[in-house]
Design a binder for this molecule. Sequence first.
Ligand code: SF4
Ligand code: FES
Length: 237
Amino acid sequence: MARPRRTIKLQIERYNPDVDPAPHDEVYEVESDPSDRVLDLLNRIKWFQDGTLTYRRSCGHGICGSDAMRINGQNRLACKTLVKNLGERVTVQPLIGLKVIKDLVVDQRPFFDHYDEIMPYLINDERPPATERLQTPEERARYDDTTKCILCAACTAACPPFWANGRFIGPAAIVNAHRFVFDSRDRATSERLAILNRRFGVWGCRVVFNCTDACPRGIKVTDAIEQCKRAILSESV
Ligand code: SF4
Ligand code: FES
C-alpha cells in the first residue's frame, strides 16, 4: 500500500548577518510525499511559503556537491536524503566550521583554498606518448575510490580538528591529494606528500571517522588519509 502524504515540521536555522543579531530557528510545516528528499521540502518552502530562505543547490541528483548541510545533526546532501527516513520534525542547519553567509549558505573559500594547496591536477612534464598515458587496471584501482569526490565539503565540515583550527587542511583536500599521489602517471608525488607532511597537514587528523560517515559518495575517507600517512612515513607509494 502506498504511503500517504505526511505533514513535516522543518526546523531551519536562519541567519542573515546584515540584519540578525544571532542565528535563530524558524519552523515550517510542509506536506511531503513518500518520495520527497529534503531538497524538495526546501524548494517547496522557498517557492510557496518564504522566498527569503537561502540555500545552494544545482543538479538535484548528488553530483554537483552544492547542497551539503546538517540534517538532524548529520552532514548530508539535501538532494540525497529521503524525508521518509527522518522523523516528523526535521532540523536543518548550515555546515559547521565555515562562516555562514546567509541561512544554509556557508563561505566555501577556506575549503577550496585547502583543495588548491594540494595541486589538484595531473603533473607530468615528460614527453607525452603518441597516444594516451597508459596504466594497468591494478594501477587505476589504487585511487579509484578517491576519484568519486564531488567537493561537497561534508567531510571537512564534520571534522573536529577542522572545527578547532581552520588551518588544518581537512579530509577533502587529503582525499584529492590521494587521488594524484597514487596515480602511476603523476610525477609530483614527493611535492604533494611534502605538502601533506607540513604543519596543519595530514597529521592533524585524529582518526575520528566523522568524515567517512559524512561522505555522500561512500568514499573511505579515513582509509585514504591513513594511506597518505603511511606513504609519507615509508617515502613511497
Ligand atoms: Fe564530499 Fe566525500 Fe569529497 Fe568529502 S570526500 S568533499 S564528503 S564527496
Ligand atoms: Fe547537486 Fe545536491 S544539488 S549534489
